[in-house]
Design a protein around this ligand. Structure first.
Ligand code: NDP
Length: 242
């Protein structure tokens, strides 16, 4: 259980992040849900989650790619909740295209949100975790970052960068009782993958199905309740990257 712990979950207004919010709340953590554009949806999820699990859940609008905005967010969470124990960096975007024709802004936007956004949150949350002498950071990577994926040079680079960032942060903070791990999902059914051909993709996956958001949330909860795993990248991919 995570009773009385406080978690920040970025990208909590949809898909995998929403499932992570609900899962951590079901373990009695209080949750700061970070979203960018989906205000009504984020607030509805926060209210429903708080009422269902009897914890505190508050939605915060923040662009994770902004160093200044993420600094202000972490300060707000500290003021509102008084502590921080778990940081889940889940917010992410895709702007797919072949590398020979990829636009500069498509590369920059994906790196800014996925990789720099993860750095920004860790940078501002780390001092709180250090002062608390413990905590855990979980970064959502992707099997694209492990294996590469045609059409996703920007995304795969951002997600591979997250794995290097995770290992470095794990080494830097291990002596202070702070763990840092990555979760690398494969094909998960969300809005991000809604246009994918389910049958064609399932045929490539050893377990013969796309994953659910709960498959990923369960892995995050496992890492959030583990104390002796750090620097790891846990694939949740039906075996596609083995
Ligand atoms: P969705 O597109 O369904 O949701 C993305 C979430 O990120 C939303 O909550 C969105 O907020 C938020 N977000 C996007 N940009 C920003 C930003 N700049 N600042 C703050 N929040 C932002 O994504 P998924 O649930 O599918 O994916 C979640 C994570 O899992 C991502 O990191 C993705 O790369 C990764 N992943 C997903 C896979 C899949 O198959 N779905 C596979 C492998 C990895 P809002 O709703 O307010 O716009």
């Amino acid at each position: 259980m995570l009773t009385d712990k406080v978690a920040i979950v970025t990208g909590g207004s949809r898909g995998i992040g929403e499932a992570i919010v609900r899962k951590l709340a079901s373990l009695h953590a209080n949750v700061a849900l970070v979203y960018q554009g989906s205000k009504e949806r984020a607030e509805r999820i926060a209210n429903e989650t708080a009422a269902t699990f009897g914890i505190s859940c508050v939605a915060y609008r923040t662009d994770v790619s902004s160093f200044a905005a993420t600094k202000a967010l972490v300060r707000c969470v500290r003021t509102d909740f008084g502590r921080l124990d778990i940081l889940v960096n889940n917010a992410g975007i895709t702007r797919d295209g072949l590398v020979a024709v990829m636009g500069e802004s498509d590369f920059d936007d994906v790196i800014s949100t996925n990789l720099k956004g993860t750095f920004n949150m860790i940078r501002h949350a780390a001092p709180l975790l250090l002062r608390a002498k413990g905590g855990t950071i979980i970064n959502i990577s992707s099997v694209s970052g492990v294996m590469g994926n045609p059409g996703q040079a920007n995304y795969a680079a951002s997600k591979a960068g997250i794995i290097g960032l995770t290992k470095t942060v794990a080494k830097e903070l291990a002596g202070k009782n702070i763990t840092c791990n990555a979760v690398a999902p494969g094909f998960i059914k969300t809005e991000m993958t809604q246009d994918f051909d389910n049958e064609a993709i399932s045929a490539q996956i050893p377990l013969r199905r796309m994953g659910s958001v709960d498959d990923v949330a369960d892995a995050v909860a496992f890492l959030a309740t583990s104390s002796y795993i750090t620097g790891e990248t846990l694939k949740v991919d039906g075996g596609i990257a083995m």
